[in-house]
Design a protein around this ligand. Structure first.
Ligand SMILES: Nc1nc2c(ncn2[C@@H]2O[C@H](COP(=O)(O)OP(=O)(O)O)[C@@H](O)[C@H]2O)c(=O)[nH]1
Ligand SMILES: [Mg+2]
Length: 292
């Protein structure tokens, strides 16, 4: 990974609205490039939930509503596996661009497999770059609801958990702790049976957990029902609130992981652990807080 300062002319061109140069700049940031822009206060929404529940389709709906209101929407689609040109992503792009508003939409994918230490070091600067370039709504979509995804959405200031009517995944999501982090829950596909029951059971689960601040919306990204109400809830969701501490905690854990995975002696320590020549405690000592 080449570290370097991003050329000023590229930065200027991206800031002036050149999308191709913005894409180039994001690639440089992804590869460890650093740049100097004024401090930003980006508007961010994390969207997470099991694969296939309709996150991308729903984001497409949000995009068209936002575009109608004059917002410019950038989506960072975080995919654990697929290469940048992967089929899933292309399909996502199609779904998101159904909003007839391409000038107001920018979609960028990030394959986590290119980042064994996690996306922590590039995510914040990417978000700042997008905000500096005038993207007023920045959405981070993840493809799953596992630990890695939670870590990623924790970089957003508000979190939307999406689930569908026909699966038990919400229970898994709950296990992974995502329910605790979510500000808003959307049960998508209200046009097919069982969605009402799914919404009811999520509401019941939240009540048991004593959390009354989370709104559960029943929506259909296909026929558009419930979307305006969902959007209103998203827009009125404060950027900082009860879940701040949990989010900060996830960010810290993710920074810690990434520091560990980038440690120069990591392989050596794993080898030593494997052969039993050091203990786990000794290993932790070696890779401890210092950088080398
Ligand atoms: N019936 C129905 N299908 C939907 C709805 N939203 C999305 N889908 C379908 O669900 C599938 C997965 O959608 P996608 O947006 O890719 O889900 P993601 O993996 O969560 O991003 C696609 O075939 C969509 O057409 C909906 O509101 N109702
Ligand atoms: Mg998707």
């Amino acid at each position: 990974m080449a570290m370097g300062v991003i050329p000023a002319d590229l930065l200027d061109s991206a800031l002036a609205g050149n999308r191709r140069d913005l894409a180039r700049m994001l690639t440089l940031i992804e590869n460890g490039g650093v740049f100097d822009i004024p401090e930003q206060s980006p508007w961010t929404l994390g969207v997470t939930g099991p694969p296939g529940v309709g996150k991308s389709t729903l984001i497409g709906r949000l995009i068209s509503n936002w575009a109608d209101r004059g917002e410019r929407v950038a989506v960072l689609a975080v995919d654990p596996s697929s290469p940048r040109s992967g089929g899933a992503l292309l399909a996502d792009r199609m779904r998101m661009s159904t909003a007839d508003s391409n000038d107001s939409v920018f979609v960028r994918s990030l394959a986590t497999r290119n980042h064994p230490g996690g996306l922590v070091s590039c995510l914040s600067p990417m978000i700042d770059a997008l905000a500096a370039c005038g993207w007023s709504r920045i959405v981070i979509e993840t493809v799953g609801a596992g630990q890695a995804e939670i870590r990623v959405v924790a970089f957003a200031d508000r979190i939307l958990l999406v689930d569908g009517p026909d699966r038990g995944d919400i229970v898994q999501a709950e296990k992974a702790g995502i329910m605790e982090l979510a500000d808003i829950v959307a049960i998508n596909k209200s046009d097919i049976p069982n969605s009402q029951q799914a919404a009811d059971s999520v509401r019941a689960a939240l009540e048991v957990g004593g959390d009354s601040s989370v709104t559960v919306h029943l929506v259909s990204a296909h026929d558009g029902s419930g979307i305006i109400e969902l959007l209103d809830t998203i827009e009125s969701c404060p950027a900082s609130g009860a879940r701040d501490r949990l989010r900060v905690r996830e960010r810290l854990l993710s920074a810690w992981d990434s520091r560990l995975l980038a440690h120069p002696r990591l392989n050596e320590v794993i080898d030593a652990l494997e052969t039993g020549s050091i203990t786990l405690d000794e290993a932790v000592e070696i890779v401890g807080l210092s950088e080398d």
